[in-house]
Ligand binder design. Structure first.
Ligand code: NAD
Length: 248
């Protein structure tokens, strides 16, 4: 068990990639607090994980990730209950495919408020806890589009480029305090987020992938387990691509 007795917080843990990360962390022996956008979705995810394994050490929360005070309060409550936070996974995210000339400030803010502030806020609150306990691991979900951009929905790739910058900068700043900070950049992964993308867009994409398939949430979760574990104890500031693509 690679995460035995670790206390982990996973945002966006109610479905898709985040749910797979929670499942994998539980399998590896961690105690997991998953965050969802609403109490009902968080409770539903916890119930389904406990149905699969009644002994699963999992609970749910649903703070507004864009509100620092709400996030800090939640992080403090987790520390009160569990004593520490070893691993924070900032995974919650939204995307859109709005053409730029139809973009509004609201569209832009909505994506940034979750994809960027929703990474900053939990990291800021957890980093204090981690500094006091002598270190920890912060992992962020980036995206393939953080390397290539995308031809619509400009806020999404912009937010993910920023997540990479945030990851590298925090890794450099917090490394001496015992923290490792890394990101995983999934390629196209079979989740609800991708259901919005039309088939005629997806099929040519698969044809370009040397491994000739889309990613599964479990493919991405495996990378998170590795980066969270001691096996990655000398790895920080990387953006690990999990996308089936071959590149230099
Ligand atoms: P998903 O839509 O299946 O799940 C998104 C998660 O984020 C859910 O758990 C949801 O509760 C949470 N969330 C959504 N809005 C929220 C809000 N306002 N407040 C709090 N939580 C909120 O998406 P997914 O595909 O599993 O994506 C997870 C992460 O992976 C995202 O950061 C996404 O950008 C990234 N990603 C996904 C793909 C893909 O192809 N699916 C590719 C690259 C990166």
């Amino acid at each position: 068990m690679r995460l035995k007795d670790k206390i982990a917080v996973v945002t966006g843990g109610t479905r898709g990639i985040g749910y797979a990360i929670v499942e994998a962390f539980l399998r590896e022996g961690a105690t997991v607090v998953l965050a969802g956008s609403r109490p009902e979705t968080a409770e539903k995810a916890v119930a389904s994980l406990k149905e699969a394994d009644p002994a699963a050490k999992v609970s749910g929360i649903s703070p507004n990730l864009s509100d620092y005070a709400a996030v800090k309060e939640t992080i403090d409550a987790i520390v009160k209950q569990h004593g520490r936070i070893d691993i924070l996974v900032n995974n919650a995210g939204i995307s859109d495919r709005m053409p730029f000339l139809e973009y509004t400030e609201e569209n832009f803010d909505k994506v940034m408020d979750l994809n960027l502030k929703g990474v900053y806020n939990p990291s800021r609150a957890a980093a204090e806890v981690m500094a006091a306990q002598g270190g920890g691991v912060i992992l962020n979900t980036s995206s393939m589009v953080s390397l290539y951009g995308q031809p619509a929905g400009v806020a999404y790739p912009t937010s993910k480029f920023a997540v990479n910058g945030f990851t590298l900068s925090l890794a450099r700043e917090l490394g001496p305090k015992g923290n490792r900070v890394n990101a995983v950049a999934p390629g196209i992964t079979e989740t609800d987020m991708m259901k919005a993308v039309p088939k005629e867009v997806i099929e040519p994409m698969i044809a370009q992938i040397p491994l000739r398939r889309l990613g599964k949430p479990e493919d991405v979760a495996n990378a998170f387990v590795f980066l969270a574990s001691e096996e990655a104890s000398y790895i920080t500031g990387v953006v690990l691509s999990v996308d089936g693509l071959a590149r230099s």
